[in-house]
Write a protein that binds this ligand. Structure first.
Ligand code: SAM
Length: 295
């Protein structure tokens, strides 16, 4: 993931909503995020009671990789492109690959599913999906994609407002994905604040928060802010695939999971180790899994 004007992080200005995920769809960060998302939803679906999946930054739900924006930097080639023809996909990653393959009935990779579409494949008839998206055009596409689907509610809304509006869900079980485009300099701090607020409304929910790996100082600040919230049971999972040249690239990404499913770390470890071997650039980086705050 090289830094360019289309990148998720443009720290020089507050370019609210300049970000379009089409430029990045299917890149290594999407693979990491969506592979973990499938495991979280599968774990939730194992218990009988209905659950709610809230996706605060939903995007358009499905990405055409032949679109000129996707082809501009061809980020998907170093993400899903590296997995597409592999025949040794491990079991833990199989549901994710099945979700991607389902959108591509022919042999070529053309469409990449966003988080809403992946979730739609995994929820049971009793479960519910709530999606919020703030970009009007993206919202319109997302709304059209799920038109007539009674299990999916789509809202043109700030995802952080959505946390206030929709939590706690009546089901009292569920997952919240916070997948910000990080197009504001202060996004890390904003997320820590939003998490604290959401958790005060609904402490027993599972929260998955994706973030790019940035300079060590920024990451330490984020960890400190999240720890300060006092929230317990936060698992931190990180995948780095490129050398750490902070001025040029985003070498990796991470996910915080609040209230992860039982022994989620044991499931995630082999999955991320495999992904690292498949995606790393000349053996750079690695996988880190630890508890940011224990139970
Ligand atoms: N979650 C999607 C997926 O995995 O397929 C990708 C989401 S993309 C990284 C971030 C999305 O958040 C963009 O579509 C952007 O328009 C939207 N966005 C940015 N700020 C937002 C906000 N405050 N509330 C809701 N959506 C926002």
């Amino acid at each position: 993931l090289s830094r360019s004007p289309d990148l998720p992080i443009s720290r020089s200005h507050e370019s609210m909503l300049a970000y379009r995920h089409m430029f990045h769809a299917g890149n290594f960060a999407d693979v990491f995020k969506h592979a973990l998302l499938t495991r979280l939803l599968i774990a939730l679906g194992k218990k009988g009671k209905p659950y709610c999946y809230l996706d605060t930054h939903a995007g358009i739900g499905r990405y055409d990789l032949s679109h000129p924006w996707a082809k501009k930097a061809r980020e998907y080639e170093n993400g899903i492109g590296r997995l597409w023809e592999r025949e040794d996909i491990p079991e833990a990653l199989a549901p994710y690959m099945t979700a991607v393959k389902a959108g591509n009935p022919h042999t070529d990779l053309r469409f990449y599913p966003g988080s809403p579409r992946i979730a739609r494949r995994l929820v049971r008839p009793c479960d519910r999906i709530v999606l919020t998206e703030l970009n009007k055009d993206d919202y319109a596409e997302l709304k059209a994609l799920f038109a007539g689907d009674r299990q999916v509610a789509v809202h043109l809304l700030d995802g952080y407002q959505g946390l206030k509006a929709f939590l706690p869900p009546p089901e009292r079980r569920g997952l919240v994905l916070i997948d910000s485009s990080f197009d504001r300099a202060r996004e890390f701090a904003r997320i820590a604040t939003a998490l604290a607020e959401a958790h005060s409304r609904w402490a027993s929910g599972t929260y998955a928060i994706w973030y790019p790996l940035m300079e060590p100082g920024a990451m330490r600040g984020f960890a400190r802010d999240v720890k300060k919230t006092g929230i317990r049971k936060i698992l931190r999972l990180e995948l780095t695939i490129e050398p750490e040249d902070w001025a040029l690239t985003i070498p990796g990404c991470g996910m915080l999971v609040v209230n992860p499913p039982w022994r989620f770390e044991n499931k995630a470890r082999p999955l991320l180790d495999w992904l690292w071997r498949a995606l790393s650039v000349e053996g750079a980086g690695g996988v880190k899994i630890d508890w940011l705050t224990p139970e």
